[in-house]
Ligand binder design. Structure first.
Ligand code: HEC
Length: 142
């Protein structure tokens, strides 16, 4: 609620787009990014997967390829606006969906990397955050 008011006021002064992104990004960087650095950002950002597989050329090729595909689709390490396809509100929605449906991190990586699994508490927190911020983005048609 506070956000909506702040965003509304600032948007008339500075231009909606920049200001909405800034407000959301500040929270993202301080509260959300730390929660996903070792999970989502291993593939969708600057994080790193633990390097055991580097010793196995076939696995390495597969995984490097997989990670570059992941970054092409969605890059979250530089903050909001995220690099991806469509409007930010669409991207926020697909993030919410991937978490709610346990589609991310991908199943095969959950097996190889138990450390990539999010706790249920963290997952719920992320889902709520992305849903809430998506409403703000939608309101501004971003
Ligand atoms: C091990 C690598 C890996 C991890 C970790 C990972 N992803 Fe992904 N992600 C991918 C790949 C590869 C794709 C593209 C292919 C696909 O959709 O399956 C993708 C696609 C997506 C998409 C769909 C983008 C689009 O436009 O199609 C979303 C949203 C997403 N990931 C969110 C997340 C979130 C949120 C997390 C953390 C909970 C996460 N991912 C963790 C590899 C990963």
């Amino acid at each position: 609620m506070t956000h909506a008011v702040v965003v509304g006021n600032l948007s008339t002064t500075y231009g909606a787009e920049t200001q909405v992104f800034k407000v959301i990004n500040d929270k993202y960087l301080s509260q959300i990014k730390p929660l996903i650095t070792n999970t989502c950002l291993s593939c969708h950002g600057e994080g790193k997967l633990s390097p055991w597989y580097r010793n196995f050329p076939f696995v390495r090729g597969y995984i490097d390829n997989h990670i570059s595909r992941a970054k092409e689709k969605l890059e979250m390490s530089q903050g909001v606006p995220f690099k991806g396809k469509g409007k930010q509100s669409d991207i926020f929605w697909s993030i919410t969906q991937s978490l709610e449906n346990d589609r991310m991190p991908p199943f095969n990586f959950n097996i190889m990397h138990r450390d990539l699994k999010l706790s249920n508490v963290t997952k719920l927190k992320l889902i709520n955050w992305f849903k809430q911020k998506r409403l703000i983005l939608l309101k501004e048609d971003l």
